[in-house]
Design a protein. Sequence first.
Length: 252
Amino acid sequence: MRTPKLAVWKFASCDGCQLTLLDCEDELLALADQVQIATFLEASSATVAGPYDVSLVEGSITTAADERRIKEIREQSGVLVTIGACATAGGVQALRNFADVREFASVVYAKPEYIDTLATSTPASAHVAVDYQIQGCPIDRGQLLDTLAALLVGRKPRLPAKTVCTECKNRGVTCVVVADGTPCLGPVTHAGCGALCPTYRRGCYGCFGPATTPNTAALIPVLRRDGMSAGGVDRVFATFNAVNFDHERNDR
């Protein structure tokens, strides 16, 4: 029986989601017994040519070369899974989408004419078909391992469609909005983190991106009631998933 090939690819990102895979340690060793890790430059310079059964893609598309490369990866991959906020939503670097990237380059670089970049930072799904998305900044190791295990045995991954509020209730965590009047994006944020911030009495700040049907119009007055300024509301939505949250807010 042929051993499935797994490839891990990096685009514009901080490498945190790839590190989540490396941090799996014992589980990664077990995974290596079941698949051939054909390409994973974060772990090894050794590579094996495609095609690949599963490709994990971290990072956003920010250059013309990225556009070409993601299309080549899609052609070589049976299943393509984007991992993390950069790959699924454009990442924090997508804040460039709301301004003039040429102005940024002129301020930051002594020779901006040598900078070859797109005007936007976009998720892989803006360029190719994506089979599954694992959200988060960084992603949750449990979701990652479950997704890989599911794909290996031929079942659909169990990626949650609920919100962080649901995770709070499942864990028995007291609602920080109700109990403390703390601004929190839990009601509109995709589950997957295990309600980490509310567990420690801190409001969710949306690192897993918007939920499937987020009611941002109802949440914004609550954020303002709990002491967040209009500018603060804009800033809390303009982080790791700025483009996706902006789309959801403007649709309402």
